[in-house]
Design a protein around this ligand. Structure first.
Ligand SMILES: C[S@@+](CC[C@H](N)C(=O)[O-])C[C@H]1O[C@@H](n2cnc3c(N)ncnc32)[C@H](O)[C@@H]1O
Length: 279
């Protein structure tokens, strides 16, 4: 159902995420035992596109239970900070950091709304601001998000975003062949589906969620308007899950269209740098 911004969007979403944290903690999807044993949570294309993070500071916005954040630390980032508005998510991330031997000065986690990030995180700027994989759809105002995120990028540093392509949410779920939702809709998408992507059958009571669709052009333009220089916008023909039944799992774990099907972008990624000095 599409509606104007519901007044309870933040509270509803937070209650929904809080309830899902313990479900995700015990899920096969997040597979924490493998993570503790050293499994990398990051995707190969992210590692390739971000490059060497050795010695860098990294801020992860909307970090959930911290697996991606902590993986950047394992890849050599000197200091990582994760921010999420879910207290249970942040507490879980902190305990995972401790379990894998990363002290708070290497891996810190902060509970705050992403729009309050500039006041909530310990430092005024970071070499890398990282976010995505199901993050922007929870935010009503992409311009405000871009201003906040860009303000936290150190001069000479960059923002890296990897997201599901909003076009995928405009197509019919069964075949991915017909446009059934408006790509440019600015209205909230309210859903009441129980369970979670990590366990569709999990019994849940806080099911109300409020999401928004942000066209790729809006995201790029917002980052540019916030003073960042777009280094690349990559569109990917692969997804992290079977977004449409026709997608086929590949040996690398990604999901792609079969050879006979015309493709469209399933994910996208952006790297945007902050100039050393404003011109
Ligand atoms: C899909 S998860 C991110 C997934 C993450 N990449 C992962 O797989 O672990 C989205 C996260 O955004 C957080 N979130 C949603 N709205 C937020 C907001 N306004 N401020 C801060 N965090 C928010 C949720 O608590 C949730 O942890």
């Amino acid at each position: 159902m599409h509606t104007p911004i519901p007044a309870d969007w933040r509270e509803a979403n937070r209650a929904m995420w809080d309830e899902r944290v313990p479900i995700h903690y015990g899920s096969d999807f997040y597979d924490l035992d493998s993570f503790r044993a050293g499994k990398d949570a990051l995707r190969a294309f992210e590692l390739a596109e971000v490059g060497d993070v050795t010695g860098r500071s990294l801020l992860h916005l909307q970090c959930h239970i911290g697996l991606d954040t902590l993986s950047w630390a394992r890849h050599g980032a000197a200091q990582v900070v994760g921010l999420d508005f879910s207290e249970p998510a942040v507490e879980t991330a902190r305990s995972l950091a401790q379990e894998i031997g990363l002290p708070p000065d290497r891996a810190a986690f902060v509970a705050a709304d992403v729009y309050d990030a500039a006041e909530a995180v310990p430092d005024s700027s970071y070499d890398i601001v990282y976010t995505g994989i199901g993050a922007l759809n929870w935010l009503p105002d992409i311009d405000r998000w871009a201003e906040t995120a860009a303000s936290l990028v150190a001069p000479g540093g960059f923002l890296y975003l990897a997201e599901f392509h909003p076009l995928t949410d405009c197509l019919d779920d069964a075949t991915g062949e017909r446009i059934v939702h408006d790509y440019f809709s600015r209205e909230a998408w309210v859903d009441e589906t129980p369970g979670t992507y990590a366990d569709f059958d999990a019994p849940t009571v806080h099911n109300r969620s409020v999401e928004w669709q942000h066209p790729v052009g809006s995201v790029v333009s917002a980052l540019a308007a916030a003073g960042l220089r777009i280094e690349f916008l990559h569109e990917h023909d692969t997804s992290l899950f079977a977004r449409f039944p026709v997608l086929e799992r590949q040996p690398d774990g990604g999901y792609r269209f079969p050879a006979e099907r015309p493709r469209f972008p399933l994910m996208y990624s952006i790297k945007a740098t902050r100039p050393e000095r404003l011109l």
